[in-house]
Design a protein around this ligand. Structure first.
Ligand code: AMP
Ligand code: GLY
Length: 436
């Protein structure tokens, strides 16, 4: 079995490991935007190029005789890489361009949820001019979010209180978007705890993964600018300490209803990873956004404890015969921590040597934005490398991850508080305060 992996970050490193663990003994070919030495070691063939070019990806797939493709990041999906691969007769894990709108267009997703009666959608309106903006902000009062309707690496979302002080600042941002010819969504700001619930999806059926909580802020105590994600944790019961069983069921039901809505709308199923970004609120679980791929870092948490054959799951996704029991996860807690360049995300240091030789368990080290040069491993400016601690309980998993992340040498920093008892207690208290 020859498998193509598109992408070359830590998420793809985790995917590559899950592929290689398969008892089917697949051969891996990777097409990345840079050379990830971790993935390269696991791949028979490794090439770099424009991963967002459907022709380049398909040519590489054909040259390597790939029988199945897995697309890691969202940009190739948005560019139609999955469509081109299917067209060339290569089944692909990752939705086609039209279905990937679930991630690429916030307005598309809100309208889909509304049209098909999917629960969990906050109040929202879509705009492409300033007409009605002031009135809708007036209806929402102090709780509003303005979202550019497209991919902007998380930077297009401006939240009241965090990025926008008042309606005047919101209108100013909207004015800028209108001037750039962009449409946007204004929606109700949800208050609560965020969590990710990802499901494998074959178009008609889902197999759910454990819930994970990511940490987007750069510094301890959820301070500082938003990042791609500084780390994440999951617990042995595959729920999260601040969630009820009902919350998990609601999130799963929202993913299920969204999958059905997509199939009805397009007459074709969504094949890939359905990643729901949810908010547990006083008023139940609400949907913040969908992503059309694995979360990064969430992917590292879940694939590290996947006991089933990942390749068999991918085959079931493309063939359309997925079952929940095909995705078994160990009853263990996981904590993932990222080491990122000093100055990340706003002004990261670049082209600096890092040292990973002191890592105790290289099997749970995931390389991201690095470059292997003759004199060593360099960080290139985005998130550098992640470690995952796995244990029976969260506290032990956190201790493993913390010890390991401290072993990465060079101008990097990490968050010490992710997965700690103190932070988890704060999350639980926040949620129980809201529920009262
Ligand atoms: P998105 O790109 O839609 O995931 O938004 C990025 C981040 O903005 C999310 O992870 C949330 O932290 C925040 N956010 C987005 N929408 C909302 C909302 N309706 N209420 C509160 N926070 C939000
Ligand atoms: N963990 C956030 C993301 O993957 O978008």
């Amino acid at each position: 079995m020859k498998i193509l992996l598109v992408g070359s970050g830590a998420r793809e490193h985790a995917i590559a490991r899950a592929v290689i663990r398969s008892p089917q003994k697949p051969q891996l070919a990777c097409f990345g935007s840079s050379v990830n030495p971790g993935i390269k070691k696991l791949s028979g063939v490794y090439s770099t190029g424009n991963i967002n070019d459907p022709v380049a990806v398909t040519e590489f797939a054909e040259d390597t005789g790939a029988e199945l493709a897995i697309v890691g990041p969202e940009a190739p999906l948005a560019a139609g890489v999955a469509d081109a691969l299917w067209q060339a007769g290569i089944p692909c894990v990752g939705p086609k361009q039209a279905l990937a709108q679930l991630e690429t267009s916030k307005a598309f997703t809100r309208d889909l949820l509304t049209e098909y009666g999917v629960p969990g959608c906050p109040r929202y309106k879509v705009f492409n001019s300033l007409a009605g903006v002031k009135e809708f902000l007036g209806e929402l009062g102090g709780l509003f979010v303005v979202k550019y309707d497209g991919l902007m690496g998380g930077k297009g979302v401006k939240v009241a209180g965090d990025h926008l002080a008042d309606h005047a600042e919101a209108i100013e941002y909207c004015r800028k978007l209108v001037a750039d010819g962009k449409s946007f969504v204004i929606e109700e700001k949800l208050i609560g705890q965020e969590f990710s619930l990802m499901s494998f999806c074959d178009g008609q059926r889902l197999a759910h993964m454990p819930a994970v909580q990511d940490h987007k802020r750069a510094y301890d105590g959820d301070n500082g600018p938003n990042t791609g994600g500084m780390g994440s944790y999951s617990t042995a019961d595959h729920s999260l300490p601040f969630l009820t069983t009902g919350d998990i069921e609601t999130a799963r039901a929202i993913n299920q209803a969204t999958m059905r809505a997509l199939e009805q709308k397009f007459g074709e199923g969504y094949k890939g990873i359905l990643y729901g970004g949810f908010m547990a609120t006083a008023d139940g679980v609400k949907l913040i956004e969908y992503n059309a791929r694995f979360g990064d870092p969430e992917c590292l948490n879940v694939l590290a404890i996947l006991e089933s054959d990942f390749v068999a799951i991918c085959q079931a996704i493309v063939e359309g015969n997925l079952k929940q029991n095909m995705a078994q996860f160990a009853a263990q807690a996981t904590v993932c921590k990222y080491a990122v360049p000093e100055g990340y995300p706003d002004s990261p240091v670049k082209n600096q040597l890092i040292d990973i030789s002191a890592i105790d368990n290289p099997n749970q080290l995931y390389l991201a934005a690095v470059d292997l040069r003759p004199d060593g491993l360099y960080e290139t400016g985005s998130r550098t490398a992640a470690v995952v601690g796995i244990a029976d309980d969260l506290k032990s998993a956190e201790e493993i991850a913390q010890k390991e992340i401290e072993c990465i040498g060079g101008p990097v920093f990490h968050r010490k508080d992710i997965g700690t008892t103190k932070l988890i207690k704060q999350r639980i208290n926040h949620m129980s305060g809201l529920r009262k």
